[in-house]
Design a protein around this ligand. Structure first.
Ligand code: VGL
Ligand code: ZN
Length: 195
């Protein structure tokens, strides 16, 4: 039997899109493809998870308090909301991460749902063994989540037509993809899935 699959959409929020506080170049360009993946998983009645970077106003994650990032994705602000073009079905499982005022938490494996249940626990309860992962940003939260998933023994499909990176240093995203693939992630695209 095929492993039970789920879709994970990472941090497709206003602040990471053009016009936002920590805009990832061309981030909004992946949204039409993400919507197609959502449709595929929705039709197959497979779970869809969507994470949000969800920071308090003061955290060591931000430049002002010792970190490397401009202020972004503050809880309950417009910047932290999902991009309005992302079409999430109403039974999407929402995940929140980055609530610590002490540390960066890039991985969705450090996220929890609205009741405080950890992502890993939710996956185990649902019997998920394989994750299809897309979203933002390739070189931070996507990479960190993919590597954690592999470490925990999940199969990972990296949706390379539905990710974009920050590239603080040029080439960061390319190197991130190489590392994820080297550690066991398999690339997927809509073309491959629809074949
Ligand atoms: C992220 C930088 C800072 C991400 C979050 O979601 O990839 N990147 N906070
Ligand atoms: Zn953040």
């Amino acid at each position: 039997m095929e492993a039970k699959r789920a879709l994970l959409i990472v941090d497709v929020q206003n602040d990471f899109c053009p016009g936002g506080a920590l805009a990832v170049p061309e981030a909004d360009k992946i949204i039409p493809n993400l919507n197609k993946y959502i449709k595929i998983f929705y039709k197959a009645k497979l779970p869809i998870f969507a994470s949000r970077d969800w920071h308090p106003a003061r955290t060591k994650h931000f430049k002002d308090f010792g970190g490397i990032w401009p202020v972004h994705c503050i809880q309950n602000t417009r910047g932290a909301a999902f991009h309005p073009k992302l079409k999430l079905p109403k039974d999407t499982i929402f995940l929140y991460k980055g609530m610590s005022d002490q540390k960066d938490s890039y991985s969705v494996f450090q996220a929890e749902d609205s009741r405080g249940t950890e992502f890993k626990k939710l996956l185990d309860l649902l019997g998920i063994r394989e994750l299809y992962i897309g979203g933002l940003a390739t070189d931070y939260c996507v990479k960190s989540s993919v590597l954690d998933a592999l470490r925990y023994g999940f199969k990972v499909r990296l949706l390379i037509d539905a990710i974009k990176g920050v590239d603080l240093k040029p080439g960061d995203s390319v190197r991130a993809i190489e590392e994820m693939v080297k550690k066991g992630a398999k690339k997927a695209t809509l073309k491959i899935l629809n074949r």
